[in-house]
Design a protein around this ligand. Structure first.
Ligand SMILES: Nc1ncnc2c1ncn2[C@@H]1O[C@H](COP(=O)(O)OP(=O)(O)OP(=O)(O)O)[C@@H](O)[C@H]1O
Length: 610
């Protein structure tokens, strides 16, 4: 893949050795018996999940196996009834005539089995799409609702990736459960009939399918083990795939000749996953071979026993013929029980991951108390605030005290990594507060340093989070406030234009225009607390001037915080704080700080030294 003149291949992607709290392989801890015991629990969970979606379809689904079982019993009894005359004495026509009623009943039972199977498939189709949607929505909601700090938790995204597999598995789990139940009922019926014919045949038959069952469960274990080992690589590959193929980054990828390396990266991760899969192939082959040989030997013994019983006259020819049908039916049903049981077991592993993730996400949803913040907050006071990110040795914010008053503009400046953004996150209550965060967020407007470019229409890009009215006038006010009217009017459908170049009919904005839109979103909210983190970093001087004029014009009604590296912009602030290593090291008004000879003066001098 690399050009020939590049002799040294690039280093491969880092191997992620995940050793966190959640790195325990659930299979390593569960015994074979314990795992088999999970099947009833999984069935119960599937029924409960489906019940919430469509009770009638569930009842239909549960009724079908009963019908199938009854039909199988009738079929066997009718077969036995037909065998006696068919294998008896007399002309062929007489024997057929005598067997006719039993043959009609057998045909009707067979037809009923088919109808039950068709109805079961119909019921399953009523449930599955909605079940998948429910599971998918629950997962997305869980991730969106956790405390933002949960994203920094050990292995959060890997466990999310594992949970995604549970969602994918919902596509097949209802049909697996339905097939399992129906095969189980058929098996019990046929096995009952077989025991009546001769008690010796059933244990032999059970022995014949048991190896296949053990083989199927062991294979499912191997599959899950590989899935588990591949999670981290698949997760990284998925992220890299998104970044590599996203048209937004297409220019950067091409102009910096990243394509080859990104493809190499993608290929290396895929190869790594493939190697694990390939290494498992001989194991699954061994499992299949051993279980097939054992199953074949036991099956041979079953047929041998049947032949011996017939040869020694212990059962009649008619009974022996019925026993052949019963053995075939039981065998087919048993194999289905085993195969679908293994599939359910397989599903249970992924569902357990999904449930564990959902439970964990629920535990990390904001539960901070019910006190609400009044609208039009007059003052926010911070006293010796400290915040340390998980896994970090030093606090990002370290002993900060501040008074923010309504009507005032606070500017925060400082070098990269000094804790400015973290401080604003604390203030918006994203990370800390004893208050219901929704009541805080309702009053805040935030323009983050890295903002989302939503693939929505212009209108929703402005109103997202707060669609107040069907009236476009306030939307245009917000658009005007950031100087975007002309640009929006030039778009093919004005406010209705979809801002996603990738989608047919979509349009694209420039970086600065996107940033103006992010500002208009915050202004549209008319928040009591307005936080702008480098809000004009991509704007031309005219846009920047307009935004800061706007901030000044609306400052009287709110608490405003601006983070900026362009120190000239801090002239609009009533108070400026300079942060270093998480602490406030200087503060005052612009003119004071310019002459104070500290970090502010130094940074300002550097910005003017060209
Ligand atoms: N989500 C996070 N998880 C862990 N550490 C973080 C996270 N966000 C920031 N940090 C760390 O916290 C410290 C302060 O970061 P912060 O983003 O608050 O700095 P900043 O002053 O806003 O920097 P910049 O000027 O580059 O925007 C840095 O050391 C950074 O590595």
């Amino acid at each position: 893949m690399f050009q020939q003149d590049e002799l040294v291949p690039p280093p491969p992607p880092a191997e992620i050795q995940y050793t966190g709290e959640y790195s325990v392989d659930p299979l390593g801890e569960a015994s074979f018996r314990k795992l088999c015991g999970q099947v009833p629990r999984v069935l119960h969970r599937i029924v409960a999940m489906s019940w919430r979606i469509d009770r009638r379809a569930v009842l239909l689904l549960l009724a079908c196996p009963v019908v199938t079982g009854a039909a199988a019993a009738v079929l066997l009894a009718a077969t036995a009834g037909a065998m006696r005359p068919l294998l008896g004495a007399g002309s062929v026509a007489d024997r057929l005539y005598e067997a006719l009623p039993a043959l009609v009943v057998a045909s009707a039972a067979a037809a009923l089995t088919r109808v039950a199977a068709a109805v079961a498939t119909y019921a399953e189709r009523l449930i599955t799409p909605r079940l998948t949607t429910e599971a998918d929505t629950a997962l997305v909601a869980a991730v969106c609702r956790v405390e933002a700090s949960a994203y920094a938790m050990d292995g959060f995204s890997d466990r999310q990736e594992a949970a995604e597999m549970g969602v994918i598995r919902t596509h097949v789990m209802v049909s697996d459960a339905q097939r399992f139940l129906s095969a189980l009922v058929r098996m019990v019926t046929a096995a009952g009939a077989l025991s009546v014919l001769n008690p010796l045949l059933l244990p032999l038959l059970l022995l014949a399918v048991l190896p296949a069952g053990v083989g199927a469960v062991l294979t499912a274990r191997v599959d899950y083990e590989i899935h588990y080992a591949n999670i981290a690589d698949r997760n990284v590959r998925g992220m890299m795939r998104w970044w590599s193929t996203n048209p937004k980054y297409g220019d950067e990828v091409r102009a910096n000749s990243m394509t080859d390396y990104l493809l190499f990266w993608h290929r290396s991760l895929s190869d790594r996953c493939d190697r694990r899969n390939l290494a498992a192939a001989p194991r699954t082959l061994r499992i299949s071979l051993v279980s097939s040989v054992a199953a074949g030997a036991f099956l041979l013994a079953t047929w041998g026993a049947l032949a011996w019983l017939a040869a020694t006259g212990q059962i009649g020819v008619a009974l022996a013929a019925t026993a052949v049908v019963a053995v075939q039916t039981t065998l087919a049903a048993l194999s289905q029980v085993i195969l679908n049981g293994a599939a359910l077991f397989h599903t249970s592993l992924y569902l357990t991951d999904m449930q564990a993730f959902l439970d964990d996400a629920e535990a990390h949803a904001p539960k901070r108390g019910n006190s609400a913040i009044d609208r039009d907050t007059e003052e926010i006071r911070l006293e010796e605030v400290v915040y340390q990110y998980p896994g970090k040795d030093t606090p990002a914010v370290n002993g900060v005290s501040l008074n923010l008053r309504r009507g005032e503009i606070l500017a925060i400046v400082g070098v990269n990594g000094s804790g400015k953004s973290t401080l604003t996150r604390l203030i918006t209550g994203i990370y800390l507060a004893d208050t219901d965060p929704a009541t805080i967020w309702r009053q805040t407007g935030l323009v983050p340093q890295i903002f989302a470019q939503w693939p929505l229409r212009v209108r929703e890009n402005v109103t997202l989070g707060q669609p107040r009215t069907h009236d476009d006038a306030p939307v245009w006010d917000a658009v005007d406030a950031v100087g975007m009217r002309e640009a929006v009017e030039d778009l093919p459908a004005g406010l209705d234009t979809l801002l996603a170049r990738e989608i047919f009919g979509g349009a694209e904005l420039s970086g600065g225009q996107w940033q103006r839109l992010a500002c208009s979103r915050a202004l549209y909210r008319r928040p009591g607390l307005l936080i702008l983190d480098e809000p004009t970093s991509q704007m031309d001087p005219r846009g920047e001037h307009q935004i800061f004029e706007q901030i000044k014009a609306i400052a009287a009604d709110r608490i405003t915080i601006v983070i900026t590296h362009r120190l000239e912009n801090t002239k609009i602030a009533d108070h400026i704080v300079v942060m270093e290593h998480g602490r406030i090291t200087e503060q005052g008004r612009y003119d004071d700080l310019v002459h104070a000879g500290g970090t502010f003066a130094e940074l300002l001098a550097l910005s003017q030294d060209r």
